[in-house]
Design a protein around this ligand. Structure first.
Ligand code: AMP
Ligand code: GLY
Length: 428
């Protein structure tokens, strides 16, 4: 079959790498892709939100399946667009409809959904400019730190954690007055959850689901989880503290009620669902839902899947996922992101990347890369994900850092401590 993957990051390169291993694949395209996705497929110069251009391309190339990588086209209704167009009806699309994508597109919707279905999450109130005073009263009932979240998509920047109530009051006002544009016209004030974070993923056809390997992501730019938030600086799978008992709680208290809740609310959900969780003294709480695979989590999760991913996608589209089982590679996989100097603030692009051909014992998933005058150059903040398997975390880390040091481009930066908080548990 012919497949089109939408997106241009490390997640999409990993999806392309995995789908290309399937004997069921005929032709693979990635729109717009990056310098790395040219290897498993063919890049197409179309933006992920240009639905009309995607439609024309799908018809012209007789695409049978579209796999949607990022959230924006899902929240923008790409699945509904395909379902409502007579000539696209037969094309399988992996991703939820707009209604399902609201689990990520609106934090208010997600929190109210969790309340309706008794899914553990932090206590909250939704505030608008009209009831700012109620927001202040609510803050006064809470202990610091205070968590403020923009309701809508804010490029991963819409969550503010404040140490003092004075700061929280000031920022609440700024948010309501448009600090994140339309996205913060509604603000969720939420109880702070102290614990350790974990990402859990399922693939669902709306009836049944398959649980993918879990992962831990490192979001802050600096060593020891300090500094600004980024898209993610590295990831690890498996996660030692996510043992059988904990994952059983996640399945019973969170995954099952979420899938059943979507079904009860007649939301047609076929695709990945990502649970951003907090482990609070052994009990899981949902911090956020994302309606896609994580990035850089995909770079460690998908290499641990031994089963044919394209076969699973077909089962999702045909609502036959119940018959499928996932085989998982027991090895540890680590990814470390090489980023442009200055990221997540301002950074330069167009720096030539050296020594990619000398890499041994790692897989390089491209994120922000492009081709310029025949050379591979940087074209984004997160540039490359250096991914390695190991019989344990130390072996995977050693391989990754050897290659991370070998690859070079001006301004290259990476965190040296991916997995640092998990060594003790896993190595003893
Ligand atoms: P979100 O975009 O909702 O995932 O939030 C971004 C990050 O903020 C999360 O990955 C957490 O590290 C942190 N965070 C969000 N909500 C809470 C909370 N209620 N308690 C503690 N940390 C939080
Ligand atoms: N790594 C976090 C995310 O994909 O949202």
């Amino acid at each position: 079959m012919n497949v089109l993957i939408l997106g241009s990051g490390g997640r999409e390169h990993t999806l392309a790498w995995k789908v290309a291993q399937s004997p069921l694949l005929k032709k693979l395209f990635i729109a717009p892709g990056n310098a790395g996705t040219r290897e498993p497929g063919i890049n197409v110069d179309i933006g992920v939100e240009d639905f009309d251009a995607i439609r024309s391309f799908v018809l012209k190339e007789q695409i049978n399946m579209v796999v949607v990588g990022p959230e924006a086209p899902l929240v923008g209704g790409i699945v509904d667009f395909f379902r409502e167009d007579h000539s696209l009806k037969k094309v399988q699309v992996i991703g939820p409809t707009r209604a399902g994508a609201m689990l990520e597109g609106s934090k208010k919707f997600a929190k109210e959904f969790m309340t309706r279905h008794n899914i553990p999450t932090a206590k909250f109130q939704n505030i608008t400019l009209n009831d700012y005073d109620r927001g202040i009263d609510y803050l006064k009932t809470m202990e610091p730190p205070y968590v403020l979240k923009a309701d809508g998509l804010a490029a991963g920047k819409g969550v503010l954690i404040c140490d003092s109530i004075a700061e929280a009051e000031k920022l609440l006002k700024s948010m309501l007055e448009g600090m994140f544009g339309e996205a913060s016209k509604n603000v969720i004030i939420e109880e702070y959850l102290a614990g350790i974070e974990l990402s859990v993923f399922i693939l669902t056809d709306g009836d049944s689901y398959i649980i993918f390997p879990e992962a831990k992501d490192y979001k802050r730019i600096g060593q020891g989880d300090t500094g600004l938030n980024t898209g993610g600086m590295g990831a690890v799978s498996p996660v030692p503290f996510a043992d059988r008992v904990f994952l059983k709680k996640v399945e019973e208290r969170i995954i099952k009620p979420t899938v059943q809740g979507l079904k009860k609310e007649r939301i047609n959900y076929r695709g990945f669902l990502y649970f951003g969780l907090m482990n609070v003294i052994g009990n899981p709480y949902v911090v956020e839902y994302n309606v896609r695979m994580g990035d850089p989590e995909a770079e460690v999760v998908l290499p641990r899947v031994s089963s044919d991913l394209l076969e699973m996608f077909i089962a999702v589209a045909e609502r036959k996922l119940k018959r499928k089982k996932i085989e998982i590679d027991s090895r540890t996989v680590i990814t470390v992101m090489l980023v442009s100097g200055g990221y997540p603030g301002k950074y330069e692009k167009g720096k030539e990347i050296h020594n990619l051909n000398d890499v041994k014992n790692s897989i390089i998933f491209h994120a922000g890369t492009a081709i310029s005058e025949g050379k591979i150059v940087t074209s984004g903040g997160r540039v490359l994900a250096v991914t390695s398997y190991g019989s344990d975390m130390m072996e995977a880390l050693a391989r990754t850092y050897r290659n991370a040091d070998l690859i070079n481009f001006e301004g290259k930066y990476c965190r040296r401590d991916i997995g640092f908080d998990l060594y003790d548990e896993s190595q003893i």
